[in-house]
Design a protein around this ligand. Structure first.
Ligand SMILES: [Zn+2]
Length: 256
């Protein structure tokens, strides 16, 4: 299950690995079942007694907690025995919009398969850190960037080029997203399923796609185009990953 490169075994054969809690669900009276994203991919573990008052490791069972976890293997299951906190991203909760964007990141990660994807681990932590601490970047910029790069990491790169993804001609004023080939197409190639997209959305996608996270702030992106870009990326996720993020939908529909 683990990529040996990123994990350490202590003298008791416990596994020590940096992990982020993506989801925590109650298990029995006092325990929790965790979905974690680690340096070696996604995996699951139980943490005992965290719902009791004054539980020592209560923080380690909270979504967004990032720390160096220690797991012991019990049969086919992993049990959290300790956690050294690195960041809880607690300040994210002080801003509702940024918090919901963070929840959308976790929700998307929860629904996809991730094996040995160190890039996704880094992308996720960087996105959460910028959402929490770098308010010069909006939550929409960060979430759109996260989704585009995540699709790239998963090998599902969304085609954003100057030419129609179907016939190859230059894209004129009226353009569409076509779920069938997961690309942007011209008016001549549109089908019943194509969705018309604004030029500003197309430009936003192209700029974000070509950008690095540290240079997003320099891009001149309009909020309304970012909103529509996220609506389009929501469709792309549904089309390529075959699930619908309820949290992303909630974020996109709450203000309009
Ligand atoms: Zn075409």
């Amino acid at each position: 299950m683990f990529k040996i490169l990123h994990l350490t075994l202590d003298k008791m054969d416990n596994i020590i690995i940096k992990s982020l809690v993506i989801k925590a669900t109650a298990k029995g009276e006092a325990d929790a079942f965790l979905t974690l994203l680690s340096e070696a991919g996604k995996f699951y573990a139980t943490i005992k007694g965290v719902k009791k008052a004054n539980a020592r490791l209560a923080y380690a069972a909270q979504p967004f907690n990032f720390g160096e976890y220690i797991f012991s293997k019990r049969g086919n299951n992993y049990l959290v025995t300790n956690c050294t906190e690195i960041d809880t991203f607690f300040d994210l909760q002080k801003d509702y919009d940024r918090y919901i964007a963070g929840c959308a990141v976790l929700d998307i990660l929860d629904k996809i398969t991730i094996d040995n994807e160190y890039q996704i681990f880094l992308l996720t932590l960087k996105t959460l850190a910028k959402l929490t601490y770098e308010h010069t970047l909006t939550e929409k910029q960060l979430l759109a960037f996260f989704i585009l790069k995540l699709l790239h990491c998963l090998g599902l790169r969304f085609q954003v080029s100057a030419n129609c993804a179907s016939c190859g001609t230059d894209l004129a004023h009226t353009i569409y997203y076509e779920p069938y080939n997961n690309g942007i197409i011209c008016a001549m190639c549109k089908t019943l399923y194509s969705m018309k997209i604004e030029r500003g959305v197309f430009t936003t996608l192209k700029l974000l796609d070509a950008s690095k996270m540290d240079s997003i702030a320099k891009l001149k992106l309009q909020d309304e185009h970012l909103h529509d870009t996220l609506l389009l990326l929501d469709k792309v996720i549904q089309n390529t990953l075959e699930f619908k993020s309820v949290v992303l939908d909630k974020m996109l529909n709450s203000k309009f």
